[in-house]
Design a protein around this ligand. Structure first.
Ligand SMILES: [Zn+2]
Ligand SMILES: [Zn+2]
Length: 165
């Protein structure tokens, strides 16, 4: 999805609402394609006294396996973004994240969206904050029930235990 910003740059006060739904299912992250549901961007681009701003909310659903129990699960996220769009490069390194530079007055929405999603993905993805995970010995899902495994006993302690009995 490419937006031509020429009318916005050329008309002070122009306000362009944006509401697009796009398919980013081919985006891959950590060996999976977590965006199997369409991603929506909703907001506006406006020219305020010659400065062009993009303000929007990215809504997406992230599909992946739980890092603890491996069950496939999904979560919905909403990500607000704000950018100033410029036609000349901005020489302020600290401000990199808040500017989009476009020489030809075209805005590649997919790039803006996928970059923001990747930067904000959770580094631990859990089906539930309290997920108990899998038993490290038998692989049983401890969320469904407890298994019969016992903590392994250090062989050096066995003699002592027998002594105590
Ligand atoms: Zn889990
Ligand atoms: Zn077990």
């Amino acid at each position: 999805m490419v937006i031509n910003l020429e009318p916005v740059f050329n008309n002070e006060g122009l306000f362009v609402p944006i509401d697009y739904t796009m398919d980013l299912a081919s985006l891959s992250h950590s060996g999976t394609n977590p965006l199997s549901a369409p991603v929506r961007i909703f907001g506006s681009i406006k020219n305020t006294a010659g400065v062009v701003n993009l303000d929007a909310l990215i809504s997406f659903e992230y599909f992946a396996a739980c890092d603890r129990c491996m069950k496939s699960t999904s979560k919905k996220y909403e990500l607000p973004i704000t950018y100033t769009i410029t036609r000349t490069p901005v020489n302020d390194e600290n401000k990199d994240d808040e500017y989009i530079f476009t020489e030809d007055m075209k805005l590649q929405l997919e790039d803006v969206i996928s970059e923001n999603i990747i930067l904000n993905l959770p580094n631990k993805f859990l089906c539930d904050e309290d997920c108990k995970g899998l038993c490290p010995m038998c692989g049983h899902d401890l969320n469904t029930s407890q298994c019969n495994c016992k903590e392994p006993i250090d062989p050096r302690l066995l003699g002592l235990l027998q002594f105590l009995e």
